[in-house]
Design a protein around this ligand. Structure first.
Ligand SMILES: CC(=O)N[C@H]1[C@@H](OP(=O)(O)OP(=O)(O)OC[C@H]2O[C@@H](n3ccc(=O)[nH]c3=O)[C@H](O)[C@@H]2O)O[C@H](CO)[C@@H](O)[C@@H]1O
Ligand SMILES: C=C(OP(=O)(O)O)C(=O)O
Length: 435
């Protein structure tokens, strides 16, 4: 297990460019399985989860050419569908969530798919019902092999259907869309997830020859086509990284410019940080955050305590709540953080409490942060990173704290943040990676 040894209380300064989006990359790389033609993908983040997804592609038989760490070509012209039933596929799939999105394209193209239990953050129950019910609505048969926890799907032909999703699952919608693009007839998906990464996926599929309309809404209509061809695709900037850097700037009282943020695709994210009192200026596609000694959490119009909660897009992504929570610890004022989607994502607050933060964990879904400005600084401790976002929240806390901190299990952070120590050290941080 590797660690970060972090010197706190250092002011950062400069410009930082967000990586390509992790959660978009996992969808887009899965979609290369839908065509025999070459697909070129750029702005790929060089992070553990995405690299594992690329390795999975190669193992299934996709010809992968890694032109640079951020540009890759894929050609799925000689695929082994049975590889998905293998022990090797099962093991690697269990290391990331994105592996679940291999099923939709495999079902579309080869009429069979195995869905092993995917990995990803251990942040509560993460059911796959939406995926499986969607595939069944398209005509797939489902079988669960208890002995190796493998879900098996087969279909001699997929047929378009109307479906009202139980919940707007992000990976579920991506999976069903990819299964439906070559189904016979029309598929209508209501209550679809519609975040920018899904829009990117649908636009990419349309460039490959799919006929998807309603992109950006929660009602997608897909007219099945016979085949798809190759395309080029560039990933958006990672909106969770953008949010993380806003929180980092505020917590460390640093002046930072976040370059090329893809402002039009950030939705409500900047506004949520502004509600914490963080100032920012939008300069073209950059966000400039001035060094701010104090920031004051707003109240609602009636004077009541602010609540920040997650919601499917265009609401606030749950992936930023840990960052917003840590950022609030150094603000003036109080905020209730309500993590509605995941039940085990707030448990990392005990580490912040150990560092001196004033937080009441009300229940597994809610925490009240009492920001007392910088009256008492956080102090460095040794802690372990439970998941990607909590890991970065702890890193931000450590960077703003008095003294030194050790963050263990940084493999979690590496799953989602590219060269984070090097990039932050370039801004003046003092983070040592200890293997
Ligand atoms: C690889 C990837 O893209 N991962 C993201 C994806 O995961 P993923 O696609 O796995 O997440 P889902 O959208 O399926 O759902 C997340 C959780 O929220 C619950 N839920 C979902 C929708 C809803 O309206 N109500 C509700 O309670 C689900 O039951 C589940 O427990 O989307 C999540 C929600 O944005 C993000 O945290 C993950 O980073
Ligand atoms: C929860 C996340 O990732 P995953 O779905 O890959 O576990 C995340 O990116 O915050």
């Amino acid at each position: 297990m590797a660690s970060f040894y972090v010197k706190g209380g250092v002011e950062l300064k400069g410009e930082i460019v967000p990586q390509g989006a992790k959660n978009e990359a996992l969808q887009i790389i899965s979609a290369v399985l839908l065509t025999k033609d070459k697909v070129t993908i750029t702005n790929i983040p060089d992070i553990v989860d995405v690299n594992l997804q690329i390795e999975l592609m190669a193992e299934i038989g996709v010809k992968v050419e890694r032109i640079t760490r951020h540009t890759c070509t894929f050609q799925a012209d000689n695929i082994d569908p049975d590889y998905l039933g293998s022990e090797a596929f099962r093991k690697k799939s269990a290391r990331l969530r994105g592996s679940v999105m291999i099923a939709g394209p495999m079902l579309a193209r080869f009429g069979k798919a195995y869905v092993p239990k995917p990995g990803g953050d251990k942040i509560g129950r993460r059911r796959l019902d939406t995926h499986i019910i969607g595939f069944q609505k398209l005509g797939a048969r489902f079988n669960y092999e208890d002995t190796n926890s493998l879900m098996q799907l087969t279909a001699s032909k997929l047929r378009g259907a109307y479906m009202l999703l139980d919940e707007p699952s992000v990976t579920g919608t991506a999976n069903i869309v990819m299964a439906a693009v070559m189904a016979e007839g029309i598929t209508t998906i209501y209550n679809a997830a519609c975040e920018p990464y899904l829009q990117q996926l649908c636009n990419m599929l349309n460039r490959m020859g799919a006929k998807i309309s309603g992109i950006g809404s929660n009602l997608l209509t897909i007219e099945g086509v016979q085949k798809l061809s190759g395309t080029d695709h560039a990933m958006l900037p990672d909106m969770i990284e953008v949010g993380s850097f806003i929180g980092l700037a505020a917590m460390t009282q640093s002046e930072l410019t976040i370059k090329n943020v893809g402002l039009s695709c950030l939705g409500i994210i900047p506004e949520k940080f502004m509600q914490l009192g963080i100032q920012m200026e939008f300069k073209g596609d950059d966000i400039f955050i001035p060094a701010q000694e104090v920031y004051q959490i707003q109240t609602f119009l009636d004077g009541s305590i602010l609540t920040v909660s997650d919601h499917p897009w265009p609401g606030l992504t749950p992936d930023l709540l840990s960052i917003i929570l840590v950022t609030a610890t150094q603000a003036i004022g109080s905020v209730l953080i309500h993590q509605k989607m995941f039940e085990s994502r707030l448990f990392f607050v005990d580490k912040l409490v150990d560092m001196g933060a004033q937080i009441i964990l009300c229940d597994p879904h809610r925490a009240t942060v009492i920001g007392i400005g910088r009256k008492y600084a956080l102090h460095g401790i040794t802690m372990s990173s439970p998941d990607i976002r909590a890991g970065v929240a702890l890193l931000i806390a450590a960077l703003s704290a008095d003294g030194y901190s050790t963050i263990q299990n940084i493999e979690q952070i590496d799953r989602g943040y590219q060269y984070i120590d090097t990039r932050l050290n370039n801004l003046g941080a003092d983070i040592q990676r200890i293997a």
